[in-house]
Write a protein that binds this ligand. Structure first.
Ligand code: PLP
Length: 486
């Protein structure tokens, strides 16, 4: 055995980040902890080629140090405010990751009973959970009431009435459900249309003009306790202005609600974007100095500091607790999807690199046309060799040739691609590739399409790694299916 395992993968102890941040290693002062060492891609101090060799591919690998580092930097930047960071579980809901964040003090933004169940299983505190989502079921509302979540973030008048009725029903009679209405501030977040949520064209939230009347109704409901107001304008937002504009629009409402109902909190949602195009390079903190608006007019990324600088002054004046619901920011560039090249196929002008991961493992390119940087695990222009899955790579990484290729999966859909016409160093059969920034909305959206087993997930901490989800087997695919008796 050449690797050291984390003693207990489900219960990582806090402190990895400190270990990473304080020792004199190249990880010190990095923004994410994926980097080449001796020509091989490492996650923290773990050689990814070795992990892939041992556990196979496709394989999700997450850096605990990166996740905790993001959380702690955001937490520190918000220190002037009474605040709570509620990690948006939907971004990556693996229990080991929830446990990591719960231990760091995070609350959780959940959108289903299943997510609440996961948070509790990971040791999260329900009193730090906000329950969002446009279509909560009776069963989910009852469960969240019984667990005494911090707030239901309510998306419609119909939902408000339903929560009131359930809180009044049966053994819950007289129980008061804590609620915040989700405000739709109608701002353009300048992001991809499927992940914009704060404009009047989306199904989310309540128009600002309707809020006062619905809060008044809520105040007259026997089983409703008005505790806050919430908004979330969209995801993968890389400018500070839309956040600042939305806060400006909702701030007068917060003041009004505070004086009328004594609300405790204002949740400004999540949505902070991460770097996809220069994902690998953005691990260096110097990259941020060169590419954010402090240094250039063409900002490529939104830093935590820029976000906080643009929002904090207006929030401070409100004198209520501020909640944030970041998902992607905390886990997005803390994860990669490792995949091995199966075949090279040349057809006319096109060169296809067919890898063993598919759109069922990572659907973002197919669903959102999203860009993921893809890097070879063996550093281009370095001497070395890789072997795996019983095959030895014809590694020619000393080759400086760059070529345009499509990187596609084995799924029977033309939409099954990770990159189109992408300029890459020459890639060969059996080479190992890392699809960067795959930590958010990656595994959670994976499916068994084409009867492909779900990939395994691994968590790295310093020089150790642990499987935090086993790879599915073919047997798993049919488990739960029942022969029809007719
Ligand atoms: C209500 C709410 N909060 C938070 C988030 C997290 O967004 P992000 O991962 O972009 O931070 C989402 C994402 O859809 C959301 O709908």
């Amino acid at each position: 055995m050449y690797h050291r395992k984390v003693r207990d993968s489900a219960t990582p102890s806090p402190g990895t980040r400190d270990a990473c941040a304080t020792r004199s290693s190249p990880l010190h002062s990095r923004v994410h902890f994926f980097l080449y060492r001796n020509g091989r891609l490492h996650c923290e101090d773990v050689d990814l080629a070795r992990v892939a060799e041992e556990l196979g591919t496709p394989l999700y690998v997450y850096s605990a140090g990166t996740i905790l580092d993001h959380y702690q930097r955001l937490d520190a930047a918000l220190a002037p405010l009474d605040h709570l960071i509620c990690y948006a579980v939907k971004a990556n809901s693996n229990r080991a990751i929830l446990k990591l964040l719960a231990d760091a003090g995070a609350g959780f933004d959940i959108v289903s009973g299943g997510e609440l169940f996961r948070v509790l299983a990971a040791g999260g505190d329900p009193a730090k959970c906000t329950f969002a989502g446009v279509g909560k079921s009776r069963e989910e509302i009852e469960y969240a009431l019984d667990q005494r979540v911090y707030s239901f973030n309510v998306e419609s008048e119909a939902e408000l009435e339903y929560i009131d009725r359930i809180a009044n029903a049966s053994r819950r009679r007289g129980m008061r459900a804590p609620i915040a209405l989700r405000a739709n501030p109608d701002v353009n977040p300048h992001t991809y249309e499927y992940i914009a949520t704060g404009s009047h064209e989306n199904k989310f939230g309540i128009p600002l003009g309707r809020l006062a009347a619905i809060y008044e109704r809520a105040a007259n409901m026997r089983n409703i306790d008005i505790v806050g107001v919430q908004m979330h304008i969209g995801s993968q937002i890389t400018e500070a202005e839309p956040f600042a504009d939305a806060i400006k629009k909702v701030a007068p409402i917060v003041r009004d609600l505070k004086s009328k109902y004594g609300i405790k909190f204002f949740s400004i949602g999540g949505g902070l974007g991460i770097v996809y195009e220069s994902s690998f390079e953005s691990g260096r903190s110097e990259w941020w100095k060169e590419n954010t608006s402090a240094s250039t007019n063409k900002s490529k990324a939104l830093s935590i500091q820029e976000y906080v600088d643009a929002t904090l002054p207006a929030l401070r004046e409100l004198n209520v607790r501020i909640l944030l619901e970041p998902g992607r920011l905390l886990v997005g560039n803390a994860g990669v999807l490792l995949t091995r090249v199966r075949y090279i196929k040349q057809t006319g002008q096109k060169k296809f690199t067919i890898v063993d991961a598919g759109m069922n493992d990572l659907i973002r390119p197919a669903l959102y046309h999203s860009y993921h940087e893809i890097v070879p695990v063996e550093e281009p222009n370095c001497v070395g060799s890789v072997s795996g899955a019983g095959q030895t790579s014809k590694n020619k990484s000393t080759n400086k040739i760059k070529e345009k290729i499509d990187i596609v999966g084995p799924v029977c859909e033309s939409g099954d691609f990770f990159a189109l016409d992408r300029e890459m160093p020459e890639v060969h059969e059996c080479d190992l590739l890392a699809i960067m920034s795959a930590g958010a909305y990656g595994f959670v959206m994976a499916s068994n399409y084409n009867s492909r087993p779900l990939p395994a997930e691994v968590l790295v901490r310093g020089d150790k790694f642990a499987i935090i989800r086993k790879r599915q087997t073919w047997k798993d695919l049919v488990r739960g299916e029942i022969d029809a008796p007719v």
